[in-house]
Design a protein around this ligand. Structure first.
Ligand SMILES: CCCCCCCCCC/C=C/CC(=O)SCCNC(=O)CCNC(=O)[C@H](O)C(C)(C)COP(=O)(O)OP(=O)(O)OC[C@H]1O[C@@H](n2cnc3c(N)ncnc32)[C@H](O)[C@@H]1OP(=O)(O)O
Length: 328
């Protein structure tokens, strides 16, 4: 028998056997993230589901944190796959509408929710595997970097146009803020330094580089790349189909999701205390630094974003983005 427990933010539906599913609802009733948990395997899946681009609004940041905390509170769970319900966009980064003509009360709350997301994800006791099927610019790249392992699509899914003129879909990843006329926040920039090394990060930040999968792999921004071509004879991996939320069931034969699932399984088998202790060795001091400078960082961000020149840039950027999307 299925039991559904409702609260203002969380909806849990307790399904068959050991498996639990839950969704975190937005103010408008849509599920911003969908979580599934398999206690037998010790694995969870957190699927971002904020159309059209999984951009990070205040509510989206809170939804990811709430879901992650719920998974962490289950002692049987050791690893989680972070994925997207959009096959072409992992996350488009910050919701730019949070930055344009912001409400003075909401802006610091929004930034605090992003800082919290960094603290919760980067410092999670769970091993987090990012399944990056599509684009991950700016804070989308940050989300991936805050995980423990990144697998990116090689980008050869389907294509557009048909026939011989088929256009390849190539996802990209990187901190491209300078291209938008803004700077990545210091802690996000430092995360890039820790991920790909000083010189590569210095160049990538200055240029606002968005890396295609093969380049991202060669500089260590992602740990693996994988085709998304579903084989003619689809291999089925036991347990993956049950872990996928109903909106992503067709992903069960996707090699990228399968690789993410195998990696999450591998993490789940490592003695948890040793794994968590070793994660703290590399991450704890950075987490402490963020906590110590949090208020200062919020003040910098709010002061920076509300500058007239920055607002002008952002307004022009959003208009260009909307007209590009209209022309499609
Ligand atoms: C000492 C001082 C220190 C101060 C520090 C200050 C720090 C300042 C803050 C800096 C932090 C910034 C981090 C960020 O993340 S900024 C946001 C950056 N993100 C982007 O620029 C991505 C923009 N989007 C894209 O490039 C593309 O959309 C895409 C992700 C590559 C996908 O391309 P695709 O062609 O498939 O899709 P469309 O472009 O048509 O988009 C589809 C719809 O999605 C909407 N969209 C896309 N991105 C966003 C976004 N980031 N926020 C809100 N909405 C977004 C787009 O408008 C389309 O919507 P529509 O169909 O309704 O028009």
């Amino acid at each position: 028998m299925n039991t559904v427990i409702r609260s203002q933010l969380l909806r849990f539906s307790v399904g068959r056997g050991q498996q639990f599913r839950f969704s975190t609802a937005a103010a408008n009733g849509n599920d911003l993230v969908i979580g599934t948990v398999d206690e037998t395997l010790g694995i969870a899946m957190l699927t971002m589901n904020r159309p059209p681009a999984n951009s990070l609004s205040l509510e989206m940041n809170e939804a990811i944190c709430t879901s992650l905390k719920t998974m962490e509170s289950n002692p049987k769970i050791q690893s989680v796959i972070l994925s997207s319900s959009n096959p072409k966009i992992f996350s488009a980064g910050l919701d730019v509408s949070e930055l344009v003509s912001p409400h003075p009360d909401r802006l610091p709350k929004f930034w605090n929710s992003l800082q919290q997301l960094y603290l919760d994800l980067y410092g999670s006791r769970l091993a987090v595997v990012a399944a990056i099927q599509g684009h991950a610019p700016a804070a989308g790249c940050f989300l991936a970097m805050a995980c423990d392992y990144r697998i990116m699509s090689s980008g050869d899914i389907g294509g557009e146009g048909g026939g011989d003129m088929k256009k390849r879909f190539v996802p990209t990843i990187g901190l491209n803020e300078t291209q938008l006329g803004i700077a990545a926040p210091p802690w996000m920039g430092q995360l890039l330094v820790r991920t790909i090394g000083f010189r590569q990060a210095e160049l990538a930040l200055a240029m606002g580089t968005l890396f295609p999968p093969d380049r991202a792999l060669s500089i260590g921004l992602v740990d693996a790349i994988e085709s998304e071509q579903h084989g003619a004879e689809s291999t089925i991996i036991e347990g993956l189909s049950e872990l996928l939320p109903s909106i992503s069931k067709d992903q069960a034969s996707n090699p990228l999701m399968q690789k993410a699932f195998k990696q999450a399984t591998t993490f789940a088998k490592i003695p948890p205390h040793a794994r968590v202790a070793s994660k703290l060795v590399t991450r704890q001091s950075h987490i402490h630094d963020m906590i110590a400078t949090r208020d200062e960082d919020t003040a910098h961000f709010c002061g920076f974003v509300t500058q007239e020149a920055v607002q002008k840039n952002l307004i022009a950027y959003v208009e260009a983005m909307k007209s590009k999307s209209k022309k499609k």
